[in-house]
Design a protein around this ligand. Structure first.
Ligand code: DGL
Length: 269
């Protein structure tokens, strides 16, 4: 595999762009192939088997584009599918949960950590497991926020309805005196300011994207796959539906050009 090959990044929709953005920032030489499963978003209320099936299709699609590594920029798919898919492919693949858990452990001072995420991520208890492995004394409190992803996909980032839902979802976590809150869904950093307003500035918000980008750098280095030379980026964006809407959204989030977004029939993979 050539170090000049792109990195595959995927999510159910626009959320993974928060991770792609951080990867582009930390390793600007790398090219990204992004896939957003906009026809089948949200993932958060779907079964484990369905998410594994979706993930397999997307991984096959990304591998057809000759990616050298894959970042699952989705907590739900990381929780349900990473351990399984890891054993099925021969290129490096990482998720966002382990990096997020690491930062939460190093950030909390009082040992009370809140997690907000999709129903699937919260029910899987994946954050408790990872955090527990790093520090068994830390208490983890989870809250599913099923309406936030649809609101964000509708670009209602600064809408009072989004703020009200964020307030309702997080208020019960504040009862546990959390000092750290993991944004356990890659869509949530898009409303980070709103979440910060409702939980208060004294609660540290963790966006796993930064640590995920650091992790993929380490993995590429270990495998001698870091691209040192690329001068002209050629990021490519694919979705399963609504490519124009996605393109407009992606342009508003990413600092790079989004020249073209193509629609893919992902069920064929
Ligand atoms: N952004 C994804 C996550 O991190 C999926 C959200 C969804 O589609 O429900 O979990």
């Amino acid at each position: 595999m050539s170090s000049k090959a792109p990195i595959g990044v995927f999510d159910s929709g626009v959320g993974g762009l928060t991770v792609a953005k951080e990867i582009i920032k930390q390793i600007p030489n790398e090219d990204i192939i992004y896939f957003g499963d906009t026809a089948r978003v949200p993932y958060g209320n779907k079964s484990k088997d369905t998410i594994i099936n979706y993930t397999r299709q997307i991984v096959r699609f990304l591998m057809s584009k000759d990616v050298k590594a894959i970042v699952i920029a989705c907590n739900t798919a990381s929780a349900f599918a990473l351990d399984i898919i890891k054993n099925e492919i021969d290129i490096p693949i990482i998720g966002v949960v382990n990096p997020g858990a690491k930062v939460a452990v190093s950030t909390t001072r009082n040992g009370n950590v809140g997690i907000i995420g999709t129903q699937g991520t919260i029910d899987s208890n994946v954050y408790s497991k990872y955090i527990g492995k790093l520090d068994a004394k830390i208490k983890v409190y989870g809250r599913a926020c099923p309406l936030l992803v649809p609101l964000i996909e509708e670009n209602l980032l600064d809408d009072p309805v989004t703020k009200e839902m964020a307030r309702r979802y997080t208020e019960e976590l504040l009862v546990y005196n959390i000092d750290t809150l993991v944004l356990g869904c890659t869509h949530y950093p898009l409303i980070k300011d709103t979440i910060s307003q409702v939980v208060g500035g004294e609660v540290s918000l963790i966006n796993p994207a930064y640590e995920t980008a650091k992790t993929i750098i380490e993995v590429l280095k270990e495998n001698d796959l870091l691209n040192e030379f690329n001068k002209y980026n050629n990021h490519k964006f694919y979705v399963s539906d609504g490519s124009e809407k996605f393109k407009t959204f992606a342009k508003s989030i990413l600092s790079c050009e989004v020249f073209e977004t193509k629609t893919v029939d992902i069920e064929k993979y």
